[in-house]
Ligand binder design. Structure first.
Ligand code: GDD
Ligand code: MG
Length: 324
């Protein structure tokens, strides 16, 4: 099977970091969010097609420079086409059925088992679902016997949510669904298309374990914690010459001798944490510099942010080049 991964969207809730870097390239637990999504695909996946839009060139350059085990191709859209339009735009040569994945979710999902469940039925789609208390930011499914989806509502008010089982952003669809997406305009697959597909047999695949969407700063940092706790953030520990608990995932060129670390930190390429500085529960992107005796807690620092000596950055999201 092949996979279409939806990689457009502006990442508005992660501004100002996403003015410089698309959400999918923000590193968490040692590598970009996108790469953690790709890790979920079955090993025998034939090809990955990235439906890109915002900052398509950066994404294309990154995946060329950092190849994964499958062939990866990017198909950019000139105007944002929404989730349905993006899927349609990227669908030339796609397999039947195919995976359709959001690029901003972190999960303990067995997509090989989901494929087996899909192929064992006669439906046109299988959507991974996850049970949450607050369904408001998500698409919500009603389930009947055999986990057949009988209703699907995108981002309903709490009183209109048909259950607590939400669309986890990982699905398998028959090629024929692409024909249902009108061309030439932006289309939300979840709002405009999915409800009309249910009569043809769409099933839920209930996820257990962990899941979250990394679309906001709080959720992105939670996703990083989930990945580290699942040992998907590398060897753990702290960088050479540093102190503290970790886990810290340090990308190439990161230096932190004499600094101290709490739990859950990613250090981007060529970042420098000076002696006496302290970092925990944070993402520091490429070229960030944290001067001596400064501290960074619960924050996301965009490329080349500088934190001056003795300063404390707590609960902040700082854009490229900011100085505090
Ligand atoms: N190509 C393309 N074009 N991709 C897009 C576009 C676009 O115009 N807009 C969004 N995307 C991509 C995003 O990068 C993301 O990977 C995915 O499509 C979903 O978009 P989000 O903006 O993150 O949507 P959401 O989080 O509000 O809701 C979606 O995900 C939830 C689970 O995280 C929906 O699929 C919900 O039903 C679902 O519950
Ligand atoms: Mg999202």
């Amino acid at each position: 099977m092949k996979a279409i991964v939806l990689v457009g969207g502006f990442g508005t809730r992660l501004r100002p970091v996403t003015y410089a870097v698309p959400k999918q390239l923000i590193p968490i637990a040692g590598k970009p969010l996108l790469y953690h999504v790709l890790d979920l695909l079955p090993p025998e996946t034939e090809e990955v097609v990235l439906a890109t839009g915002y900052k398509a060139d950066l994404l294309d350059a990154y995946v060329r420079a950092h190849p994964v085990r499958w062939p990866v191709r990017t198909v950019p859209e000139a105007e944002p086409l929404g989730t349905g339009g993006g899927m349609r735009n990227a669908s030339a040569g796609i397999s039947d059925p195919f995976f359709l994945l959001n690029s901003d979710v972190v999960a303990s999902a067995d997509l090989t088992a989901m494929r087996a469940a899909h192929l064992a039925r006669t439906g046109i789609g299988t959507m991974a679902l996850y049970e949450v208390a607050d369904t408001k930011p998500f698409g919500v499914a009603a389930l009947a016997a055999g986990d057949r989806i009988t209703a699907f509502v995108e981002k309903p008010d709490a009183k209109d949510a048909p259950s607590h089982w939400i669309n986890a952003g990982l699905a398998i669809w028959s090629r024929s669904v692409i024909d249902e997406v009108p061309g030439g305009r932006a289309v939300s697959f979840e709002s405009e298309i999915v409800p009309g597909l249910l009569a043809r047999g769409v099933y839920g695949f209930r996820l257990t374990g962990y899941w979250d969407d990394a679309g906001t700063p709080e959720r992105l940092l939670r996703c990083q914690r989930l990945l580290f706790d699942d040992h998907r953030g590398g060897a753990g520990g702290v960088p050479k010459g540093a102190f503290g608990s970790g886990p810290v995932a340090a990308m190439t060129g990161a230096r932190a001798a004499g600094a101290s670390f709490g739990r859950y930190v990613t250090l981007g390429f060529d970042s420098v944490i000076e002696p006496g500085a302290h970092v925990e529960d944070s993402v520091l992107m490429d070229g960030v510099r944290v001067d001596r005796d400064a501290s960074v807690l619960g924050s996301i620092l965009g490329p080349r942010v500088r934190v001056r000596p003795g300063r404390e950055v707590r609960g902040q999201t700082l854009g490229e080049g900011a100085e505090v």
